[in-house]
Design a protein around this ligand. Structure first.
Ligand code: FE2
Length: 526
């Protein structure tokens, strides 16, 4: 495990052909892009946290049943500065770095001051975002890096702050059917008012506005929500959308701005300036996309930590939204490289299992409703929303499933009623060992696992023109190769094996090579 996590990964600049077993459907054509940490040491220096590693881009080009893999380090300013200095000189969230350790006391003092409002890293290692025809590697700072999805070349660096006032932004934007991007960020320095900013990046730029070609240059603020606390805004990793609303959780997992401003001088990382306040509440903001204003009722729930929203939709006057929630913030702590030793898989334990929770938020609160009454009238969930004396509404979720993370859905159902979640199963160990398909309607699940296999986030690709949300050609059975109820075809497990990958996927026992499982309908276990 230490080898997998802590080892610097080699680039595969020339495409290599994967060995495919099973058959890849003819309609599956395109490129799968993945992003993640690949380099954890530079020269003698080492990052503290796994999420700090330098971004390694991966692509799997799928054409006519063949798969070609390549990978390349993102040539960010951060990467280049580090490689040139042969040590880490740019700070990441969990690692504070000092560019000029030998400078005299006066220049050091100046340097400390200039880091009061830090210029964050452009090591965009979390996700890939599509804006119009452009692709960007993203992280959670104000910087994104354009990339060429074919060659994985790094192109221009874009600073969100030039277009919208955000210092931090999520790596999980939403897309509407036209391809417009909706994202959120936090502004900590704009006129002294800390706020959360929802912003839109258009899919296309009208000819009359084509000053610059990039749609990002035409970003516009959609709505902003003042932070409850000027000096300690919430951390968030994603948000939810329905057809007409945005769901934002202001959770008690917070950034301490004053501590962050002095972190450089104190020699501590920015991650150490985050804390979970288990005495506080989680506030639920519902923003009406038509008026661009938050719904005025104050909704809240118990303290929790959410990284991933799964989906959200409207039903019978309520916004229903599903999240993967933790009781505390222990997940981040587990991934410090010092913990990623050979005992990691066995000994590292979360203090709470990530649970799939469904919340129901009533959009219209009856003024005459009795205090203590449940305002949720949706029969499909046991989630409640209790009216309180002061008019606030206390929401309690329905727990749907315990032990999953990295959720994905059929994205055609984003913001709409839906039934299936594809995820990695995560119990007390933070290392996923199974892929899961969860059926919300029947509350049943299908799982796939294999010896020495630690799956990454699954990605659902529907057959073109598919009618069913899960679009599985046959229902998986305990018996291999048995035809499903619709008798459309035999189930198949198609595997593309790439010896050159050692970063993620289906790891072989000797840690040489990984596999991308393209379809996994055969070996699912109940
Ligand atoms: Fe994520």
């Amino acid at each position: 495990m230490e080898i997998i996590f802590g080892q610097n990964k080699k680039e595969q600049l020339e495409p290599v052909q994967a060995k495919v077993t099973g058959s890849i459907p003819a309609w599956l054509q395109g490129t799968l892009l993945r992003n993640g940490p690949g380099m954890h040491t530079v020269g003698e220096s080492k990052y503290n946290h796994w999420f700090d590693g330098l971004a390694l881009l991966h692509s799997f080009s799928i054409r006519d049943g063949e798969v070609f893999y390549r990978s390349k380090y993102l040539q960010s300013d951060t990467y280049i500065a580090n490689i040139e200095a042969n040590r880490i000189v740019v700070s990441e969230f969990g690692t504070m770095a000092y560019p000029d350790p030998c400078k005299n006391i006066f220049s050091k003092a100046f340097s400390y001051l200039s880091h009061t409002i830090p210029d964050f890293t452009d090591n965009c290692l979390i996700n890939i975002m599509k804006c119009g025809e452009d692709f960007y590697a993203t992280t959670e700072t104000n910087y994104i890096r354009k990339i060429d999805p074919q060659t994985l070349e790094t192109l221009e660096k874009v600073d969100y702050r030039k277009y919208v006032a955000v210092n931090l932004a999520t790596s999980h934007p939403h897309y509407d059917e036209a391809g417009n991007v909706l994202n959120m960020g936090t502004s900590v320095v704009d006129k002294g008012r800390t706020k959360y900013v929802i912003f839109k990046i258009p899919a296309t730029v009208p000819d009359s506005k084509k000053k610059g070609k990039s749609p990002v240059k035409h970003s516009e603020v959609f709505c902003s929500i003042p932070s409850r606390s000027l000096l300690s805004p919430s951390y968030y990793h994603s948000f939810g959308v329905t057809e007409n609303y945005v769901v934002f959780l202001e959770q008690p997992f917070k950034l301490d701005i004053l501590k962050m401003a002095t972190a450089y001088m104190r020699g501590v990382s920015w991650a150490s300036c985050m804390s979970f306040d288990r005495e506080d509440k989680t506030y639920i903001h519902i923003i009406d996309q038509r008026t661009r204003k938050p719904v005025p009722t104050k909704f809240y729930t118990d303290p929790m930590v959410v990284f991933h929203h799964v989906n959200a939709y409207e039903e019978d006057g309520c916004v229903l939204f599903d999240v993967i929630a933790y009781e505390d913030s222990s997940l981040y702590q587990l991934f410090y490289l010092a913990n990623l030793n050979k005992d990691f898989e066995e000994k590292s334990r979360l203090t709470s299992v990530p649970t799939l929770r469904r919340f129901a938020v009533p959009l219209h609160v009856d003024k005459d409703a009795e205090v203590g009454s449940n305002l949720v009238k949706v029969s499909s969930t046991t989630a409640t929303a209790l009216k309180e004396k002061d008019g606030h509404v206390y929401c309690q979720p329905e727990v749907l499933y315990e032990g999953l993370e990295l959720p994905r859905i059929n994205y055609a159902y984003n913001g709409k009623p839906y039934r299936y979640i594809f995820a990695a199963e995560v119990q007390w160990s933070p290392v996923p060992t199974k892929i899961l398909k969860y059926d919300i309607l029947t509350k049943s699940s299908l799982k796939w696992s294999e010896e020495s296999c630690w799956p990454a986030e699954p990605l659902f690709v529907p057959t073109p023109g598919a009618k069913d949300e899960d679009d599985v050609p046959c229902r998986p059975s305990r018996d291999r190769g048995v035809q499903g109820p619709h008798h459309k075809s035999h189930c198949q497990l198609s595997i593309a094996y790439v010896p050159e990958i050692s970063a993620f996927g289906r790891q072989t026992e000797d840690n040489q090579g990984s596999t991308v499982i393209l379809r996994y309908t055969e070996n699912l276990n109940y």
